[in-house]
Design a protein around this ligand. Structure first.
Ligand code: G1P
Ligand code: ZN
Length: 545
């Protein structure tokens, strides 16, 4: 039925995978040979090629997902992959893919997603490659894939009819055993083993109300299985939980700007007790209480502080980690628990080595990513279940829980200001100018605080010794305040400058202010020191979190 073809091709020079794989407009991926070249480069980068390997593929359901999956199935057959698992209907969230790679001991996985970027014909598409530990490919692997993509001359394709993926089944095609699997079961089983489902069921029975927003992306199918089928919640707790190729025209990013519908519900008079959302491919999360937003930096700290009340973490944490721009709230908890808090560059992949070596159990980023050693990706629904488990034990509201945390540990006031779509040149010059002045900033006083560290963050991986330089400019003050500047590595249009502004207080009367008000002077200082307006012509950020 299938005919293996060797097809001549020419390299594209723009297939360099970033921190989250190769992400481009869907139109780019639709160019003849564009996807094929990249997939073949992934296969060619493997030791001995893809022959005999075991892989899983699935995606977040965005436009082009199904076409791409058919192409990859046919290329996997032609490259003599031994075992190929495919999520039914082409669905798999990023965390579920990581779970499946680990559970079945696969060689790797291919996830089709541009994460939180918009989908549809005019939106973005992406290919991520995860390795055998279930985590994103590390730089040495992505470098090799890029190298292969630059020298590619041919790819292999099994030409024939599409392989039906709308029902669970196993079929051998030439050398390849293709298994269409239930995309939700393995992941939901893993969650059931980590959290106290009886207690959460009890919480839902007690009249506790929740609003979960799937933003018409992949997590809707997982949320239905977890919350409705396994935890007994009514269907009315779920919103936008049917995946759509264009995500209903929305931007599947769970933050205060793009999850507006959920935010409006949670700030209304009749708000439910708990609100949550995930992004396109399911690795991010946002947690809300009644008229209350939990910053991701606080969330990872609170999760860690309460981890002993959650079955999967009852034995304690070996250590924790946060990305450099994430607030230092987690450091306060680590100190109290007597464990180490590692500080890594932005991007989930830096947690992989620490998790593999057992140096950390829980980790998180300010950008709505939280996770643990249960898989090697951040995990949106895991964080939501963690919160539900904590609330079911503490029997208190989200806001009371967070306020109690601040009273105990002090509050790390935190906000991120994004300047999106600025000129690449202006952004670069701003960073260079700031960097050039770092040595003069050290020791200076601003707002009655003294600068203790002013540098460009560099990270030495404690496991493999690799060094990552230029990970963001840090200006740290003697009272724990920080200003961090970095350029986004995931944007697709122009440059995005991110400024992270942090302050710390333990004074009870200062604990309950609006961060934008509390940090007003630090925000002004962040503009002044960087001269952002001079370099970019921008006075105000496009997104404030
Ligand atoms: C952003 C986030 C980062 C996250 C990445 C992938 O990267 O800041 O924490 O790991 O998306 O989800 P950035 O655009 O800042 O480079
Ligand atoms: Zn994502």
């Amino acid at each position: 039925m299938f005919q293996i073809k060797r097809i001549e091709t020419e390299p594209f020079d723009d297939q360099k995978p970033g921190t989250s794989g190769l992400r481009k407009p869907v139109r780019t991926f639709m160019k003849p040979h564009y996807l094929e070249n990249f997939i073949q480069s992934i296969f060619d980068s493997m030791d001995g090629g893809a022959e005999g390997k075991s892989l899983v593929i699935g995606g977040d359901g965005r436009f082009y997902n199904n076409r791409a999956i058919q192409t990859i199935i046919k290329m996997a057959i032609a490259n003599r992959v031994k075992r190929l698992l495919v999520g039914r209907d082409g669905f798999l969230s990023t965390p579920a893919t990581s779970c499946i790679i680990r559970k079945y001991g696969l060689s790797g996985g291919i996830i089709l997603s541009a994460s939180h970027n918009p989908g549809g014909e005019e939106g973005d598409f992406g290919v991520k490659f995860n390795i055998e530990n279930g985590g994103p490919a590390p730089q040495k692997v992505t470098d090799k894939i890029f190298e292969k993509s630059l020298e590619i001359k041919r790819f292999f394709m099994a030409e024939g009819p599409d392989f039906p993926i709308d029902a669970i089944k196993t079929e051998k095609v030439m050398d390849t055993t293709i298994e269409v699997i239930d995309p939700v079961k393995d992941y939901c089983d893993l969650m059931e083993g980590l959290f106290d489902f009886d207690r959460i069921r009890g919480l839902f029975r007690s009249g506790f109300r929740m609003a979960y927003d799937g933003l018409h992306a992949i997590t809707g199918i997982y949320a239905r299985e977890l919350f409705v089928n396994r935890l007994g919640a009514p269907d009315s707790f779920l919103r936008n939980c049917d995946p759509l190729p264009d995500f209903g025209g929305g931007h599947p990013d769970p933050n205060l700007k793009y999850a507006r519908e959920l935010v409006d519900i949670m700030y209304s008079e009749d708000a439910p007790d708990f609100g949550a959302a995930s992004d396109g491919d399911g690795d991010r999360n946002m947690i809300l209480g009644k008229k209350f937003f939990v910053t991701p930096s606080d969330s990872v700290a609170i999760i860690s502080a309460h981890s002993r009340n959650v079955p999967g973490y009852r034995d304690g944490l070996s250590g924790v980690a946060r990305s450099m721009p994430t607030s230092c709230a987690l450091d306060q908890v680590a100190r109290e628990l007597g464990i180490k808090c590692y500080e890594t560059p932005t991007g989930w992949k830096f947690f992989g080595n620490l998790l593999d070596k057992g140096l950390i159990t829980i980790c998180g980023e300010e950008s709505f990513g939280t996770g643990s050693n249960h898989i090697r990706e951040k995990d949106g629904l895991w964080a939501v279940l963690f919160w539900l488990n904590i609330l079911s034990v503490e029997k208190t509201s989200v806001s009371e829980l967070v306020k109690g945390h601040w009273q105990k540990y002090g509050r790390n006031y935190y906000t991120r200001h994004d300047f999106e779509g600025v000129s690449t040149d202006g952004a670069k010059r701003m960073m260079e100018s700031l960097e050039g002045r770092l040595s003069t900033l050290a020791g200076m006083e601003f707002l009655e605080k003294k600068v203790t560290i002013a540098d460009n963050f560099s990270y030495k991986d404690p496991v493999d010794g690799s060094i990552s330089k230029n990970q963001g400019i840090r200006i740290i003050f003697d009272d724990g305040s920080r200003l961090i500047y970095r350029l986004s590595g995931t944007g697709t249009k122009g440059a995005t400058i991110r400024i992270y502004i942090e302050g710390y207080t333990k004074k009870e009367r200062e604990l309950y202010q609006d961060p934008q008000v509390y940090l007003k002077d630090m925000i002004a200082l962040s503009r002044e020191l960087s001269e952002i307006e001079k370099f970019t012509g921008r006075k105000e950020p496009t997104v404030i979190t």
